[in-house]
Design a binder for this molecule. Structure first.
Ligand code: ZN
Length: 235
């Protein structure tokens, strides 16, 4: 049975709960090692933060983020049909959607999602002169994760097709993912799994912080990728 779960780990209200990213100094982070800093995922994370305007939907900062994310999607996925290339505009913003076609069961779809929008200037930081919500954790981190998984899946495509979904307007009560479902651009009958990344490195639910999640590890391409990457970083 096909199932699609559109979930988001952060709320749309956003008052004062922004991670703030590098500029606000409100989040304790561990710096990437020199080798990790050169990784594509680290570059994506850095580029989104350095975009500098907080990526609010329909802002100039959002446009800059879209440009760099389209450049990141281009070598690893094909545009999902129904949009303007990778861009899928809707009334309040623009989703970015790419697909890696499956080898054996291309009509079955796994969706890997993360929202790239953030709060723009609508958050509190420690520095009153710093009015930009960088959103390093929320959710440049999730976008970097989805793109990194996409890069590795593109190099060795799995049986099912994989849609890489970078949502806009999540901070406005998930309007981007809602628009994708309502428009039919993503055929929900074909979706067998949806996985969402939001705010990596943040314990939103401390009760499950030490939990481990495993799904069909004997046959899962995703599980093999995760295991190899965790091992390489000593996690
Ligand atoms: Zn979020």
């Amino acid at each position: 049975m096909a199932a699609l779960a559109l979930v988001a780990a952060c709320s749309g209200s956003g008052d004062g709960d922004d991670d703030g990213g590098a500029a606000s100094g409100t989040t304790t982070t561990t710096a990437a090692s020199p080798s990790q800093a050169d990784e594509p995922w680290a570059q994506t994370l850095r580029q989104l933060v350095e975009e500098g305007d907080g990526r609010d939907n329909e802002s100039e900062g959002s446009q800059r983020a879209q440009d760099l994310l389209v450049d990141a999607l281009d070598p690893i996925a094909e545009p999902l049909p129904g949009g303007d290339g990778f861009r899928h505009p809707f009334d309040q913003g623009t989703n970015l959607l790419g697909i890696i076609e499956g080898t054996d069961n291309p009509d079955e779809v796994v969706v890997l999602g993360a929202h790239y929008d953030h709060l723009g200037h609508d958050c509190e930081t420690d520095d009153p002169d710093d009015v930009v919500c960088d959103g390093a954790s929320d959710n440049a981190s999730g976008v970097a994760t989805v793109l990194e998984i996409g890069r590795r899946l593109a190099a060795d495509p799995p049986s099912r097709s994989v849609v890489l979904a970078l949502w806009d307007a999540e901070e406005d009560d998930r309007l981007g993912s809602l628009a994708a479902v309502q428009s039919g651009v993503i055929d929900t009958d074909a979706v067998v799994t949806y996985l969402n990344w939001d705010m990596q490195g943040t314990d939103l639910l401390p009760s499950v912080a030490d939990s481990r999640w495993r799904t069909q590890t004997a046959r899962s391409t995703l599980a093999r990728l995760c295991r190899s990457r965790c091992t390489s970083y000593g996690w």
